[in-house]
Design a binder for this molecule. Sequence first.
Ligand code: HEM
Length: 164
Amino acid sequence: MTDAENVTEPADAATPSEPTKLPKIRLIAKPAVTPDAPVDSMWELIGGRDTFEKLVREFYVGVATDEVLLPMYPEQPDLEGAIQRLTGFLEQYWGGPNTYSQERGHPRLRMRHMPFKVNPDARDRWLHHMRNALDTLELPPLYDAEIWAYLDRAAHAMVNTFEE
Ligand code: HEM
């Protein structure tokens, strides 16, 4: 008898038997919310339109005092149009109504900033006024950090020249 033949198995192991009944295991965890339930957007979480408009109005209070940024605004000293456009864009980005795109089309922000000299100095000034504005909202730190990370990244992406 070879070693292979010597391997014995229980008689019923080779014959097909009733399929083994396994306990039913839920492979996909049941989501906490049904798929079609609305997920809170940052827009909702921090107070919707009023909060975004406050942020942008505070930001433009700073811009209005800025000798580098203010002259860039085509309609200055009237900043109301710019206030409405930035508010609408940020609302849309953070999950609010998409009025901005209905009125202005695709944001194409880098392209829209090409006419302006956005060098590192302009970027840092923009961020400085935005930081001050965000502080006035006194948001919970995690929300503040998330919004700030976005604004910081977006402002860095907007730089289109390194000329002084
Ligand atoms: C980095 C420095 C930046 C400078 C110097 C700058 C400057 C400007 C200027 C001069 C305008 C034209 C004003 C107007 O007529 O609306 C403008 C428009 C705008 N900016 Fe900026 N910007 C900067 C960064 C950003 C960033 C980071 C965002 C978004 C997070 C942003 C969003 C917008 C929007 C939505 C508009 C209106 C676009 C349109 O619909 O025409 N900007 N910006």
